[in-house]
Design a protein around this ligand. Structure first.
Ligand code: FPP
Length: 245
């Protein structure tokens, strides 16, 4: 296994967990069983991030566009989420993990919404790691939601619209921008995920299908991140001088 430098860890890792359907196809089983295997990879990844010392992990579990999938698949994904919350909520809490979510939760069934609300309430004071689940989430929807709220609030108070205030109107208020975005499944696209927040995020794409994603894969992604120079629009020289200072 590759070694990682604990003094240069990405503070926030976001993951587009793609490839459950193709994994199922390769194993000649139904898509839903692929998602079940994907939920196991979620458990392993949360554990690995906690062990490595990642502070924020955002998982793209269900996109706004996923509502258009066959009803049976949508239902199965919701059941998997419920099962995850039922089984993992207390464990997350014991491990000091705070659960948060981003997305249009109002579109979810009341029962699922209540489970999410209860898990958030239980874990709200935890500080070891934040597990942020993107559910019924779309980056463009998030931006429109923010603009509408800014217009609404500006009727009552003057709002100085700048990058900082705009960010505070996004679902990710209080969560730093991702340092590393991982996409499994071999596609090279962003698929409406965290459009505003990934302006300076390092991107890592792997052909590994999500159900096959392991701690070793995660370490490979972190190793790739640690070999890069993040310049944020500056020159390499400026970055070196800043590091010395
Ligand atoms: C994309 O694979 C994956 C999803 C749409 C759902 C992700 C859900 C899980 C990993 C399981 C449940 C999550 C939690 C948090 C318990 P795809 O179906 O698009 O795969 P394909 O591109 O190969 O068809």
């Amino acid at each position: 296994m590759k070694k990682i430098n604990s003094s240069n860890l990405p503070q926030h890792i976001a993951i587009i967990m793609d490839g459950n359907g193709r994994w199922a196809q390769r194993h000649t089983i139904g898509r839903i069983r692929g998602h079940k295997k994907g939920a196991q990879a979620v458990r392993a990844t949360v554990r690995a991030c906690l062990e490595i010392g990642i502070k924020y992990l955002t998982l793209f579990a269900f996109s706004m566009e996923n509502w258009n999938r066959p009803g049976e698949e949508v239902q199965a994904l919701m059941s998997l989420l419920e099962e995850y919350l039922d089984k993992e909520k207390d464990k997350l809490h014991k491990q000091g993990i705070k659960l948060t979510s981003i997305g249009e939760l109002d579109l979810l069934e009341t029962r699922v919404k209540d489970k999410i609300r209860r898990a958030k309430e239980l874990t709200k004071s935890n500080t070891k790691m934040t597990l942020n689940i993107a559910l019924s989430y779309g980056g463009r929807d998030e931006i429109i939601h923010a603009v509408k709220n800014i217009i609404q609030d500006s009727k009552e108070k003057k709002i100085d619209i700048n990058k900082q205030t705009f960010s505070s109107y996004l679902y990710t208020d209080n969560i730093p921008d991702p340092d590393l975005l991982i996409r499994t499944g071999g596609e090279y696209r962003i698929s409406n995920f965290l459009l505003w927040q990934i302006a300076y995020t390092e991107l890592y794409f792997t052909k590994v299908l999500w159900p096959d994603f392991t701690k070793e894969q995660l370490i490979k992604a972190i190793d790739s991140y640690q070999r890069r120079e993040r310049r944020f629009g500056m020159t390499g020289e400026q970055i070196k001088v800043n590091k010395i200072i």
